[in-house]
Structures are given as structure tokens and as C-alpha cells.
Ligand binder design. Sequence first.
Ligand code: HEM
Length: 482
Amino acid sequence: MPTNASTNPLGEAWPRVRTPWPARTAPLYGQDFASDPISYYESLRKTFGPVAPVALEETGAFRGYLVLDHAYQLEILQNRGQVWTRDSRWYRDFAEGALPPHPLIPQLAYRRSRLYAEGMEHTRLSHPGNKALAELNLLRTRDLIEDLAEQLIASFSPEGGPAEWNQVDILDQYALQLPLLVMMRLMGMDEGSALATGNAIHEMLSGGPGAQRAAAELDSRMRALVEEKQRAPGPDLVSWMHHFNRHSQSELDTHELSEDVWLQIVAGRGGSTTWICNTVLELLSNPELNADVVAGRCQMEEAMNRVMWVNAPIQNLIGRWATQDTMLGGYPVNRGDMAIICLGATGADPTMLSGSFDVSRTNRSHLAWGAGAHGCPAPDLGTLIVRTGLEVLWNRLPGLRLAVPKERLTWDLPYMARTPTALPVTFPFPPMPLTNGHQWTAQQSFISNPPRPISTEPKAKPSEPQGRLPLWRSLVAWWPKR
Ligand code: HEM
């Protein structure tokens, strides 16, 4: 739907009079926020209650309502009152060009994808991607993840030959690599384009001078992948997306399919990377929990679930926008204002810690996967990537420990994901020998071939089985850099 500075996405003029922004605004930037966001959210809750007006930079123009309590978060995410949208064209200050430069702002720009769509359009854009994900054979996918994890661990060998103790940055050399390699492999990329795509994603997300060029390169790579799989389908998610798209009532065009492939790769990488990193940190700084996991008294998945509560991988969902004037936590909110869902604060929400909430029983009611129509469509795959990555690490590198005290880690600003800038760990060398008897091979694919479309055109040559092990081994070994 067309929009410009003076109209909202429905084509209506923005109201001339707005309820003034609250007198008190808290900074959502700076050292206190970066080094200990969980305590920071607590202090905001004490000062403001369940909702706090915040600014994301010094001028105060880039601002929103930070939603700290579970009940309010759920209300917005489920959106039963049809007040909130994920369509950023509803962000009035953005539409009117009133925002100062900020690294987050390019990420809010509207794209024609399910992430920004609502209602029937959201259902339409999500259909081929969700149906294709449901085709994955998760047992085989686990073998693939294990294999890629093993390859990464094999590339940890110390410079200058084996030493008794080895040190790696587990964020840079493992957590950042594994989910991205898995997602690219599931999409059916060959080694060459996976290498280029991986580098472009890292460059785009770094927000540096090359970010814009990298984003454009990614768009054209996704489009090329989608076109290639249409010509020559294979056993991969993109080919299955084409299959379900062809059988749907309102087909997605190539651009829309490319957007969804892009989104699945980038979203799959982001949450999984941070969840691996935060669980490694939790286990290595919580000796009792680690001892329970090592002794098998606590499943890895329980430790991961604890992290969803106490250090959620995605700290803040920026954002949701009000499509009508409303009230939120006692504040009058204007149409076009932003709400930020603070998932990082949920674990300390007093209403979740009292009454019927019992920490001794497994409780997955955290909102770390989001909720409602825009909730994560791939929690099973995400859990599998993270759990397998952690289990391989714990099996192969017993004795893993932090190389620096937790207090000395430095942190990126936790606007969306929260990770340290590096997570150095040490482990005794060499790693434990391989025990897994279920090595993944290209012959045992994680997904079948989609049925062939009936065509009158000359038959295209079927694509080669992707990711034959020797090729991917060399990619993994070659590419351990951000
Ligand atoms: C493993 C860790 C993961 C976490 C913690 C996570 C978390 C989330 C969250 C919180 C959202 C909601 C965003 C919002 O409401 O604004 C979301 C959406 C999404 N996630 Fe995940 N995710 C993970 C893995 C994955 C994987 C493996 C995929 C691969 C397909 C994926 C694909 C998506 C997509 C496509 C959306 C957008 C859904 C929509 O707007 O309709 N995620 N994820």
C-alpha cells in the first residue's frame, strides 16, 4: 500500500494534534544498559512500572514504550484488539523523517515480506516457507548439524601445532558459523555461493561502510538461488517452497519468495547464534548447572530453557506500532507510536516469579519465540540447531571453561540480540574422539526431492546433490572469520 510522509499506510492523513510524549524518558543506551541489561530493566520497572517511555539515543527523537511485563507483552504480540502492527510504515516519526541517524533505523525499513505483513497477506507470504519447513526430516537434519559442528571443532586446532590447552573465541568460531552454515545448506546452496552469502550477511549486519552494498548483494544472491531452484529443483527447502507455491491459490512472485528465503536464513542465524552463545556462558559460569548437565541429571534442553528466561537470545522486539490511539500501562499512546517488547525483562517479571510459577517444573511460557501471528515459525528447527551444537561441543570438549572471568567480558548494545563482543574459552587438547555413528552424507538427505512439476519444456538437468561432504568440509575450514 502506498505511503508517504503525510499519510499512514491506509492513505489517511496523520492527526495534526498528538498527545505529548511523557515528561520522563529513560535512556535505552549507554554503559549501564550495555553491561547489565537485566538489572537495568529491573530499575526501569521499579521507576516506571510495567511500561517505560525510553529513547534509543541522546536526542530523544528515536523513542518508544518499552514493555517490561509478560501480560502486556502478550497482549501486544497476540493483538486480539487489532491495535498493533508489525508494519513499520505505521511508525509516524520514521515516515515523517523525524529520526536522527542510528544504526538500527535501516533495519526498520519496510520490506515486502511476511515480517511486515498482517492478516491474509501475512498468511499468503508465510505459506510456502512454513509448508517447506514441515517437510524437513529432523533426525537427518540433526546428522547434518552434527557433521557441520564436528567440522568446526576440527578447525579449532591451535596455531603452531597442538598445545595442552587450546583457546578459541566460541562466538566467532562456532556460534556465529554453525547456524548460518546449517541454514544455507538447508536452502540448497552450493559451497561457492554459501561462502559469498555468509560473508555478505556478516558485512550487512556489521552496519559498517559496506553494509548497504552487502545488503544489495544478498538480495541478488537470494533471487538467483530462487531462480536456479525453479529451473533445477533438488532436495532442499527452496525447491519445496516452489512446490507449495505452485499449488497455492495466490502464488508468490520471485521477489516475495526471495524475501522469505532471506528472512529464514537471517532470522534462523540470529536467534540460534545468540542462544548457543548465551547457554555456553550460562553453563560455564554456573558450575552446579554445568555439573548437572555433564552428569546427565539435567538435559541440555533444560539449561537452554533457563537461558530463555534469564538471558533471552532476542532481548527486544523493535517494534510494534499502534494503528489507533490507545492506552498502554497507563500512558496514552498515539497512532503511529512505537512499542518495544522487552523479552529480556520477562524472567524477572514479579508476576511470573510468584504464585503458581514453579521453577522446579519445566515452564516454556517465556516469550523468547515471540507470540501471535508473527511468532517464530521454526522453534523445533531452532531448538535442534542449538541443542545439537551444544551437545557436540560438550561431548567433544569436556573441560571447557571461560578463558576470562565473566565480569571482564565486553558486550554489544543489546538492542535486539545480546552477545558479548567475544567469548574466549579454553579446553584440553586434543578433543575427545568422535563417537557418533550417524554421520550425515549427501545420500541421506534431510529432505526429499519435491514432486516434479509437469512441464512441456525440455527437461532441465537435475541439480547435483548439494553439499557433498568434501566441499563443505573445505568451506567450514576456510571460513572461520566474521
Ligand atoms: C533458535 C533460535 C531462534 C529464536 C530465539 C527465534 C526467535 C524469534 C522471535 C522472537 C521471533 C518474533 C519476531 C517478532 O515478533 O517481531 C521470530 C520470528 C521469526 N523467526 Fe525465529 N527464532 C529462532 C530460530 C529461527 C529459525 C531456525 C528460523 C528458520 C526458519 C526462524 C525464522 C523466523 C521467521 C521467518 C520469523 C518471522 C515470522 C513472522 O513475522 O511471521 N527463526 N523468531
